[in-house]
Design a protein around this ligand. Structure first.
Ligand code: GLC
Ligand code: GLC
Length: 794
């Protein structure tokens, strides 16, 4: 079993010990609106606010070789040319290490006694990446070297940057100062923003024209200027602007040098764009460069970043006997929840940053992972999402982060979408107790003047689903439910059509048991909320929930498990009558979480069926048997070969639904086993097979019918983060936020012993020791500000 790295729990870092990981293993930097992706070889890019419209560095997706482009430092030490992060030259290093930490990465390379360590981070207070490069001569000889820094600019719109060459190749413009290169393409027209790459000492030479730096037919691995130890001092006019800076350094034995680079982004007010006509106003850039000109300043900014994460990650801390559990809960799962909240599904090494905006359903679910960390931002997010709803309760499936407007190109009409607004809002309310959010005026489709309260939006959401029922009294699926690929009203035979937007056949009556379960679960939560508010609408909600439970029991039970859906023609999906797609995970998870038919034993049977049919070595697959051919009446689900994505893959997002249902049913061993299988820290899969980062969840692991079961894809940006967090924090460890306090109700195998939880909750801090003596049981701790030390025996 190859090992590419290990956890350093005390430092909250993952340490990568060889650069040739089976896939680039990345990290994210940024906490405000400037964000970076950085791989273990310093590849990646950054952007401000919107990964599509304000892209700063160019990146080549799925390039050859993989992961081309980033922030590259080249060392030319005699005939040796190497990079601290190994790529792009790939010169073998004597030492290599990449430490991905909370919002920073530190990459160290050593060759022939020269060590280069680069700390990359995005500080809290500025829109920039700081690159602190330390060189140390550990050899016994004086070293005379050339050092180059290099980045390639993206012409802002990451989509047109890759296609509109008739224009792009003529627009590029730069300005060069002794210690900074400015990228100002299109600043002359409507843009009022530019980027720069500066350093805390003057450079000896530079290039801003890619061809001059690399040579027409060379790659990043062999820039002609580096090969010859020179600079072209080129000024880009069109073509591809870059920033390459050269330093000629001499290091005596034992000597060290430190260079601090700032890769920044600046927006100027329209009336203050220029210093003199044609010359950009650099005041903000100079201010940023001055803020990181010394090691002392950088240390302070880095310490502030660490304090930011210490504070966040200090809000929920477990100390158990299981180190894999502790490092997942205390560090990596919460970190991934933050990143997923920041990025939604826009920018990763699987999401190009030019495709998807903020999903209505995804963003609501993401809230469950961060309400306890950044409640203010959760509040704003809820209001932004709700403002993309229509008066009839429907909504855009996605909206753009830059404008916060619904995105028409992606369409709408997904049957589950409105219910997630209730899910997200309830999660926020239970964490914060901030009922004032319900009175906030929120427009429809962002149209000023159309405002109603957020509470009204929730009612409309519920009503929308409650009144869109099919022939069996079950919820209509619409374009699709949570499973974007179950397209039952679509019937597409044209490969050029998108399943997401193709016009559905009118009058479609396909029904979803996943939405039915979600409706019952969220309906119960909503009724509880309305009761608290003394709102008479609660009884209507309860009646609709009861009717849905009855419909599910009558028409949604297949004998051993819950059906998945009824298709356009009223035929069953996810039934023993089907040859393929007999059992699906989503309806087992949701109907069992909603406890439909629990008294009659339906939930236990459904969970048994999940274990019997869906479980495999790496987790629970989405459906079995997977579809072996394209079925136009089911849509995109059958596009995927068996075992991948929504067709028989282990779609990690939905595993916690079953785990939570297991916990609700008191089945601790099953819950724990399922949890360990999808949680990478348990290291059940070997790293080479898993391929993607071993410190974060991925959207999908290839299922048992795939060619390589256990191979992961779509790491980082997935609802898995928030759902595994909810599952482990509330249902396994059992700390459930309620409107009036914390309910302690764990479901964890007894042999895991006792554990301690530190939990910040509103204005209170709880230190709770939980001793498991026999379980199951629960204890309610009423909320009271202040510090509380408690012992609970269950
Ligand atoms: C993707 C989407 C999410 C959807 C899931 C299942 O993760 O972002 O909205 O629910 O796929 O299709
Ligand atoms: C595809 C994917 C699904 C994703 C959707 C979003 O359908 O299979 O996972 O949610 O695209 O556009």
């Amino acid at each position: 079993m190859d090992s590419f790295g290990h956890f350093d729990d005390a430092a909250r870092e993952y340490v990568i010990t060889r650069p040739d990981t089976p896939w680039p293993w990345i990290n994210y930097m940024g906490t405000g609106d400037f964000f970076s992706l950085i791989s273990n070889t310093a590849g990646g890019y950054c952007f401000c606010r919107d990964a599509k419209f304000r892209r700063i560095l160019r990146y080549r997706y799925n390039g050859v070789p993989m992961d081309s482009g980033g922030r590259y430092f080249y060392v030319k030490d005699g005939a040796n040319i190497w990079n601290p992060g190994w790529k792009p030259c790939k010169t073998p290093l004597d030492f290599y290490e990449c430490r991905h930490g909370m919002g920073y990465s530190r990459i160290t390379g050593e060759k022939d006694g020269l060590r280069a360590e680069v700390l990359f981070f995005v500080p809290l207070d500025h829109r920039c990446e700081v690159h602190r490069l330390k060189l140390e001569n550990r050899s016994g000889r004086t070293k005379k070297i050339q050092l180059y820094s290099f980045v390639e600019w993206c012409l802002w719109n990451a989509a047109t940057d890759m296609e509109n060459f008739q224009r792009n190749l003529s627009t590029g413009e730069v300005e060069v100062e002794p210690d900074a290169i400015y990228h100002k393409t299109e600043y002359r027209e409507r843009r009022n923003h530019y980027a720069f790459y500066g350093v805390n000492r003057p450079f000896a030479g530079f290039d801003t024209d890619r061809e001059t730096f690399l040579g027409m037919y060379n790659g990043f691995d062999a820039p002609v200027q580096v090969l010859s130890g020179t600079s072209g001092n080129s000024v880009a006019h069109g073509w591809s602007p870059v920033a390459a800076e050269r330093f000629d350094l001499e290091l005596a034995p034992g000597a060290a040098e430190e260079l601090i680079f700032v890769l920044g982004y600046v927006e100027n007010p329209p009336e203050a764009k220029f210093e003199i006509p044609g010359v950009i106003n650099k005041a903000q850039a100079r201010e940023m460069l001055a803020a990181y000109a010394t090691g002392v300043q950088v240390d302070a900014a880095f310490a502030a970043l660490r304090a930011y994460w210490d504070d966040l990650l200090g809000r929920f801390v477990v100390a158990s006997t299981v180190p894999e559990l502790d490092r997942t809960v205390n560090v990596w799962n919460q970190y991934q929840c933050m990143i997923t909240f920041f990025m939604s599904r826009s920018a990763s090494y699987f999401e190009s940053g030019i495709g998807r905006g903020m999903g209505f359903r995804d963003s609501n679910q993401d809230l469950a992972g961060i309400v306890h960390l950044i409640p203010d931002r959760a509040r704003q997010r809820i209001l932004d999402i709700a403002a993309t709803q229509f008066p009839d309760g429907g909504c855009y499936h996605q909206y753009q982060p830059l404008t916060k407007r619904g995105n028409n190109d992606i369409g709408g009409g997904f049957g589950d979408d409105p219910l997630w607004l209730i899910f997200g809002t309830v999660a926020y309310l239970k964490e914060t107790g901030d009922f004032s959010i319900l009175d906030e005026p929120v427009p429809f489709d962002n149209v000023p003047g159309s405002e109603v309260t957020l509470l009204e939006h929730l009612k409309i959401s519920f009503r929308r689903v409650a009144t869109n029922l099919g022939p069996h009294g079950l919820t209509l699926i619409g374009r699709a439910d949570w499973n974007d690929c179950l397209n039952l009203n679509c019937f597409s035979l044209d490969p050029d059509e998108s399943f997401q937007t193709t016009e559905n056949v009118a009058g479609g009556k396909a029904e979803s048991l996943m939405i039915a379960g979600l409706f019952v679960a969220e309906g119960k939560d909503f009724a509880e909320l309305l009761d608290r508010l003394g709102d008479a609408a609660a009884s209507g909600v309860r009646a609709a929930v009861q009717a849905m439970e009855d419909a599910v029991k009558e028409h949604g039970w297949d004998g051993e498990w819950f059906l998945r859906a009824y298709d356009f023609d009223g035929r069953k999906i996810g039934s023993r009558e089907c040859e393929e797609g007999k059992v699906f995970i989503e309806s087992q998870g949701w109907c069992a979480m909603a406890r439909i038919g629990a008294a009659e034993g339906l939930c236990d049977k459904a969970l048994d069926a999940a274990v019997k049919y869906l479980e495999c070595e790496h987790g629970l697959v989405l459906n079995v048997p997977a579809y072996s051919s394209y079925l136009y009446q089911y849509g995109e689900i059958s596009s995927y070969p068996q075992g991948y994505k929504e067709n028989g893959g282990i779609f990690c997002h939905n595993n916690p639904w079953v785990i939570i249902a297991e916990a609700m049913a008191g089945r601790a061993d099953d819950a724990w086993r399922h949890y360990c299988k999808i949680t990478p820290a348990f290291g059940t899969a070997d790293q080479a097979l898993r391929k993607v980062e071993p410190y974060v969840f991925c959207q999908m692991v290839a299922g048992k019918e795939a060619a390589r079961p256990g191979e992961g894809k779509n790491s980082w940006l997935t609802g898995t983060a928030a759902w595994t967090w909810k599952c482990v924090s509330e249902f396994i460890l059992g700390v459930k936020p309620q409107y009036d306090g914390l309910l302690i109700e764990p479901c964890i195998p007894l042999d895991k012993g006792s554990y301690r939880i530190h939990r910040r909750f509103r204005e209170a801090e709880y230190d709770i020791t939980i001793r498991l003596v026999g379980g199951p049981g629960k204890v309610f701790i009423p909320y009271a500000p202040g510090r509380h030390v408690l012992e609970v025996e269950l």
